[in-house]
Write a protein that binds this ligand. Structure first.
Ligand SMILES: [Zn+2]
Ligand SMILES: [Zn+2]
Length: 59
């Protein structure tokens, strides 16, 4: 509950506060989980997994 100020990539846990090109979005499947993707993980298509519904992306 103290993680509002620090946003970390869901895949590699890098702090995206100073990162251009990072995105945040809710799970496309269940909408409950909030993903954070840094630029590197987007570029390299690193997969992410929703902890709520186990959705895996990107497909
Ligand atoms: Zn990342
Ligand atoms: Zn989900």
């Amino acid at each position: 509950m103290v993680k509002d100020n620090i946003t970390k990539c869901s895949s590699c846990s890098v702090d995206i506060a100073n990162s251009n090109g990072a995105v945040e979005f809710n799970c496309p499947n269940c909408g409950k989980y909030r993903f954070v993707r840094c630029k590197d993980c987007r570029t390299n298509s690193i997969k992410y997994v929703c902890t709520e519904c186990e959705f895996e992306g990107p497909n």
